[in-house]
Design a protein around this ligand. Structure first.
Ligand code: NAD
Length: 480
């Protein structure tokens, strides 16, 4: 059985306490490897390596840091197939998705921040009439922690690591224990790219032990976290007394609002994707679909037909649209929500059942599920399910749909389908989310601020926002 190791100080190390966690292949339910359940001692080793590397890395020229990041990006691209296979096996996502989205975007993260750091500028302010000038230094923080979830494993892991090291920090990073494989492989790439030892340390283990040890470490001064809202709240509580800098990217329950005047076919195609891409396990999926009354029946018929045509299959099959859910416990959670929907008088328009794939009978497969709800206040419309399940319901007016869209505790993203410019502007102003997509979904420009409001998080990632998070601003005032 393959045992992966921690990557500390450019070495692959066994966990000090020799504790291990099983790693499952979601496509067949079998254990296919083990990962360290790292302890406080392992985190201390990783911290020491990062601390020792920091004085040099923090002073390494921007050109050199940029060059190494871009080299990592190139090596990821060269190793696309290997990484995509590992991601698909670990997570259950279709290999086609890992090859076209996850791994290319992980490579883009390194390339983007490798370039962005060369353009990152600070400000100066002349204090007119006082013979003084102020300028702002943007200095790396030191040792920072990056903790990421299982749904887009390498993509979100690198979304944090790349800006952190570009800005001159050294990192102690932990991927999700459910999907550790590509983070493990990243260590090899960093070594090959010539990243100095200790700049990036990748430690594996459970959130409650390894993750907690990172957050509790008094000298890890900033934590960039993506994951569930409850975990984010817990991390905030632990980190607050130590005055750590925190970036929290948390859960979502995003509205997909469809007006009758939209480009119907484009909307329909994209809505299938925004509902079920990655088995619906993307924080940005539009899991609450609101449709203007006049086209509701047509949409319902057409959408259900398209969803029924999606192929649930083995992740390695290139014709698969919907792969396996990430774990047995997650599958059970999603199924439980389908039961809750029935109890709440939701109508299952399609899906709702587990799928058995021949030869992979113990895999975690579920039909894409569309539930018609009569009120936006039911639990399946309010709570994050994070699986291949969407609700649909009609609306009559803009005000009504706006109220329903905003009446959840989350505020990550919203999608709006309309060709009415004034309505676009009005609604974009009023939607309580960090991101609004109009006539598209998940179109990403890495320069833009990314993050949520309300229970979807605190802070923004992306572009210079990420570089600002990973640096401390220091004002220098010189009187002359
Ligand atoms: P999770 O909160 O269970 O785990 C996320 C990470 O935190 C894992 O690495 C885990 O080991 C670690 N962790 C758990 N407990 C910890 C603790 N006490 N201290 C430190 N670390 C700890 O989330 P998940 O189930 O892996 O991911 C799914 C969630 O992530 C969903 O809610 C989804 O919406 C959210 N998500 C948000 C975004 C975003 O950008 N806002 C993106 C992707 C996923």
């Amino acid at each position: 059985m393959h045992k992966i190791k921690n990557y500390i100080n450019d070495q692959f190390l066994l966990p000090i306490t020799d504790e291990w966690i099983d790693n499952y292949n979601p496509s067949n339910g079998e254990i296919y490897g083990q990962i360290p359940n790292s302890s406080t001692e392992d985190i201390e080793e990783a911290y020491k390596a990062a601390k020792n590397a920091f004085p040099t890395w923090g002073q390494t020229t921007i050109e050199e840091r940029s060059r190494i990041l871009i080299k990592i990006s190139e090596l990821l691209e060269e190793n696309l197939q290997r990484f995509a296979e590992a991601e698909s096996k670990d997570n259950g996502k279709p290999i086609s998705l890992a090859k076209t989205v996850d791994i290319p975007r992980a490579a883009s993260n390194f390339r983007f921040f490798g370039n962005a750091i060369t353009q990152f500028a600070s400000e100066s302010h002349e204090s007119v009439g006082q013979n003084a000038i102020n300028y702002t230094l943007r200095q790396p923080i030191g040792v920072v922690g990056c903790i990421s979830p299982w749904n887009l494993p390498l993509y979100l892991f690198t979304w944090k690591i790349a800006p952190a090291i570009a800005a001159g920090n050294c990192v102690v990073a932990k991927p999700s224990e459910i999907t550790p494989m590509t983070a493990y492989l990243l260590g090899e790439i960093c070594n090959e790219a010539g990243l100095p030892k200790g700049v990036l340390n990748i430690v594996h283990g459970l959130g409650s032990t390894t993750g907690q040890a990172i957050v509790e470490h008094p000298d890890i001064k900033a934590i960039s976290f993506t994951g569930g809202t409850a975990t984010g709240a817990h991390i905030a509580k632990v980190a607050a007394p130590m005055f750590k800098k925190l970036s929290l990217e948390l859960g979502g329950k995003n509205p997909n609002i469809i007006f009758a005047d939209c480009d119907y076919n484009e909307m329909l195609e994209t809505t299938v994707r925004s509902s079920f891409a990655n088995q619906g396990q993307i924080c940005l999926c539009g899991s609450r679909i609101f449709v203007e009354q006049s086209i509701y029946d047509t949409f319902k018929t057409d959408f259900v037909k398209k969803v029924k045509a999606l192929k649930v299959g083995h992740p390695s099959d290139s014709t698969t649209n919907i792969g396996a859910l990430v774990s047995k416990s997650h599958l059970e959670k999603v199924i439980q929500y389908i039961e809750i929907a029935k109890e709440e008088d939701g109508i299952i328009l399609c899906g709702g059942n587990e799928v058995t794939i021949k030869g992979y009978e113990n895999g975690y497969y579920l039909e894409p599920t569309v539930i018609e709800v009569s009120t936006d206040e039911c639990r399946v419309n309010q709570e994050e399910i994070f699986g291949p399940v969407v609700t649909i319901m009609p609306f009559k007016t803009e005000d009504e749909v706006l109220e329903m869209a905003n009446k959840v505790k989350y505020g990550l993203s919203a999608t709006l389908w309309t060709n009415n410019l004034k309505r676009t502007m009005r609604m974009s102003n009023k939607l309580q989310t960090g991101i609004v997509w109009v006539n598209t979904w998940m179109m990403r420009d890495l320069r833009t601020p990314f993050g949520g409001v309300k229970a979807s998080g605190v802070g923004r990632e992306g572009g210079f926002e990420a570089l600002r998070f990973f640096t401390e601003a220091k004002n220098v005032c010189i009187k002359y």
